[in-house]
Ligand binder design. Structure first.
Ligand SMILES: N[C@@H](CCC(=O)N[C@@H](CS)C(=O)NCC(=O)O)C(=O)O
Length: 212
């Protein structure tokens, strides 16, 4: 498979983790977001949503949206599983994943921040305050969800799931914006456990071929 990715994209980071966890080789194809390559005509034919990641498979499937991509990988390559087998567990992992992907990430996405700066003319301090506000809002909710016995070593149980693929990149973003992470001890414990695993480490931004 080919993955259209950008080293700092947290949505692409989720998929990179999933690919590494499943031991799947992929060809990374870098799309520079700061240079606006994702908005150029050539990329529109790859992904009309003008977002990364995009997964392109050998048989020509073009798939956008990181959660849909991870679900696809899960069905195509069930082992090791990124979703629990039981219905309730599966729903919980999806719920935790969506909490990051829908409630936090879109508010702090590149185009959102660019709109605040370019159209609403907010200064750097105001944009950073926006960023940190929504991180605190979202991570507070995630921390509240991380309760034993459902949360174990990882977000759900003792093996990494799709929820961890979403959690870790969001923490990288929060650290980049120097957010205070002390109010989220369980989230940070899980983050620490994840980062001990090779799959998470290899997927991180600084390890990508397009890292600047
Ligand atoms: N919900 C999408 C989000 C994709 C997304 O927003 N990706 C960001 C990078 S993390 C992007 O391409 N941003 C471009 C922009 O905001 O213009 C997913 O999960 O794949």
């Amino acid at each position: 498979v080919r993955l259209y990715t950008y080293f700092r994209s947290s949505a692409a980071f989720r998929v990179r983790i999933a690919l590494h966890l499943k031991g799947l080789r992929y060809e990374p194809h870098a799309v520079s977001l700061p240079r606006g390559v994702h908005r150029q005509a050539e990329y529109a034919s790859v992904n009309p949503q003008a977002l990364v990641p995009t997964l392109v498979t050998d048989d020509g499937l073009h798939l956008a949206q990181s959660l849909a991509i991870m679900e696809y990988l899960e069905e195509a390559h069930p082992e090791p599983a990124l979703l629990p087998r039981d219905m309730a567990g599966k729903a919980r992992v999806r719920s935790l994943s969506l909490l990051v992907a829908c409630e936090i990430h879109p508010l702090n996405n590149l185009r959102t921040l660019q709109y605040l700066k370019r159209e609403l003319k907010l200064g750097e301090d105001q944009v950073n305050a926006w960023y940190r506000y929504w991180i605190a809002e979202g991570l507070g909710k995630l921390e509240a969800e991380m309760r034993a016995p459902l949360t174990g070593k990882f977000s759900h149980g003792d093996a990494p799931t799709m929820a961890d693929c979403c959690l870790v990149p969001q923490i990288f973003n929060a650290k980049r914006y120097e957010c205070d992470l002390s109010p989220y001890p369980t989230v940070m414990r899980v983050f620490g456990e994840c980062m001990k695993l090779d799959a998470f480490d290899r997927a991180q931004p600084s390890r990508q071929p397009d890292a600047e």
